[in-house]
Design a protein around this ligand. Structure first.
Ligand SMILES: Nc1ncnc2c1ncn2[C@@H]1O[C@H](COP(=O)(O)OP(=O)(O)OP(=O)(O)O)[C@@H](O)[C@H]1O
Ligand SMILES: [Mg+2]
Length: 277
């Protein structure tokens, strides 16, 4: 499913060795577990490694945009971009959707100072799961069809819970990373989101257990999870004081020795290696 990245690319601060495939990762999980924080940190790490990264904020709260440094009035969500919607959605559905990442970022998105492309989806006023409004149609088409080309990675941050997956939001993505806290309830939601994503055709399911304070807590989480879980990889992210309160992100390149930086780096390495196989 992931498209191929064949050439080394010279973007960001480090050179990327090819061949590399594209990454299309949807991030899910229960409310407040750290989905947005993780998405932003991983986007930064992949960008740092030379990938062209598109971060999609599919949560109407727009927390990802905020965490990446944008205020509300600096962002025009796709759902507010009337011209783009009218151009791309006709009465019979999507017309002439050019699923080109740079086109979408140029027309509807923005870039962070580090060069991460950001697309904010905005709010769809949907009463229930069957919203057929042009905005919803367009959002689903964008995330499903936008192609991952050489040197590109798409990371999509989603709202809490399961409802968006029920509406088919993760369709077209190759990987899901479910984020959880080390609690039974959060782990259950993570498993459920992975199962639903599987039903949408998402192939690889991974779990990040976030806010781990010690080995014992991680061991206990693994025990709750048991052996019968849907994940091919289970990662851990430490509880990190610098993240408490959610006011900003630490610069991992400055704190390369921190266990948070090491954990994010390890996940990025595995994602890139796995997709390179
Ligand atoms: N590893 C961590 N260590 C300490 N605090 C963390 C960690 N990860 C996230 N947090 C904090 O937890 C809170 C929730 O994080 P975040 O907003 O990323 O969660 P979320 O799953 O995206 O929430 P929502 O469901 O509302 O979208 C924030 O205050 C954030 O700073
Ligand atoms: Mg969030």
């Amino acid at each position: 499913m992931a498209s191929e990245i064949r050439r080394p690319v010279q973007q960001g601060r480090r050179r990327v060795q090819g061949p590399l495939p594209g990454l299309r990762v949807v991030i899910t999980g229960k409310g407040g577990v750290g989905k947005t924080t993780f998405t932003a940190l991983l986007a930064g790490e992949l960008r740092q490694r030379g990938l062209s990264v598109l971060a999609i904020d599919a949560d109407p709260q727009e927390d990802l945009a905020h965490l990446l440094g944008f205020s509300r009035d600096e962002i025009t969500p796709v759902t507010k971009n009337r011209r783009y919607i009218e151009e791309k959605v006709g009465s019979g559905g999507i017309i002439n959707l050019n699923p080109d990442l740079s086109d979408i970022v140029t027309r509807c998105g923005t870039r962070t100072a580090a060069g991460i492309g950001l697309l904010v989806m905005g709010t769809v006023n949907s009463a229930g799961g069957g919203c057929l409004c042009p905005e919803n149609t367009l959002i689903k088409s964008i995330v499903r069809q936008v192609s991952v080309r050489e040197g590109e990675a798409i990371l999509m941050d989603t709202p809490a819970g399961l409802e968006h997956l029920g509406r088919g939001l993760g369709r077209g993505f190759s990987d899901i990373i479910a984020v959880s806290e080390p609690t039974a309830q959060a782990l259950r939601t993570a498993c459920r989101t992975a199962e639903l994503a599987g039903e949408l055709g998402v192939q690889t399911k991974m779990l990040v257990i976030n806010k781990i304070r010690n080995d014992e807590e991680f061991r206990a989480s693994r025990e709750i999870l048991g052996d019968d879980h849907p994940f091919s990889e289970v990662f851990r992210l430490p509880y990190d004081e610098s993240l408490r309160g959610g006011t900003g992100l630490p610069d991992l390149s400055l704190t390369e020795k921190s266990s948070l930086a090491e954990a994010i780096s390890g996940i990025a390495t595995l994602l890139m290696k796995k997709d390179g196989e």
